[in-house]
Design a protein around this ligand. Sequence first.
Ligand SMILES: [Zn+2]
Length: 360
Amino acid sequence: MIDRSAIDTLRADFRLRLAAATTDRDLKALDDAFLSRRSGSVTALLKQVASGPPEERREFGRLVNALKTEIESALDGKRAAIASTRPPAGAVDVTLASRQIPMGRIHPLMRVRQEVEDIFVRMGYEILEGPEVEDDYHNFEALNMPPDHPARDMQDTLYLGVPIPGGIWGAHRGRVPEAQVRTATLLRTHTSAMQIRYMKTFPPPIRLIVPGRVYRRDNLDLSHTPMFQQFEGLVVGRGVTLADLKGTFEAMVRELFGDVKVRLRPSFFPYTEPSAEVDITCQSCGGAGCGTCKHTGWLEILGSGMVHPAVFEAVGYDADEVTGFAFGMGMERVAMLKYGVDDIRLFYENDVRFLEQFPL
Ligand SMILES: [Zn+2]
């Protein structure tokens, strides 16, 4: 006796499982479970046909074969349906969430440099860069710093190992023979050396700034690094006065820091006369006095002065015809004041946690 209800049970079971199938793998499993030659449940029913009573074989065989055909075409249909929803090979899934790409940003020192350059370009200045390896003549001598000037001491300046026999190394405390001093090479201690190179090449009038790295024998601490960056500025022409210097700084400081006051304080530099330190009102306390400004209400931002006649003489300008002013300003100093950074070393450690605090 053949159990016909087994056919209906299988059909119901197949339909349930087909409805739940969503992948090619599910379909393969269904195919195996129902149609495989060895273990498929429909195959097993077909085998029963031969062993059934002769009068029932024909009808039963027809029903099982109908089920088999139904299952095959249902599997084919679903296979085609799944294939039609699959994206073509290599397609981009535009619905996927985007990957986060780490964004680089402009270093705070570079930001300050660009800002200062923009300010001076708008005022008609040229921007120049110069060599970081200088000779003594351009770095010191032509800037009115004679061979025994203390700034030339090896304690302050990084000299380079050039072949100067018995040279400046052993003799730095005493007077060094002129020829040796003039040819000694060093890492420039200020970008002022470019003043000399420029004035020796071009006649006045001059308006230029020289941004760049400079080197001094300093130990690392909160406010010193052996390498730092500077802007040198130089203006030369007929009738350039101290008032022009002050007006220029007021314009620059207003753009850099907003509404702050500027004050000139007498100072001394060998290459300017008179010389002045330039202070701005402390932004932290608005001039009332606080820890940042050491309770003075003022912060020093640059050194400046009227170009010393000896410098004009060194480059062949007529000091009776032209006057000028020069200034030097530390980029780190400006960045520290502008962004409230209290440790200069942070600018050179490249710690992403620090750098990420600056806007893109
Ligand atoms: Zn203050």
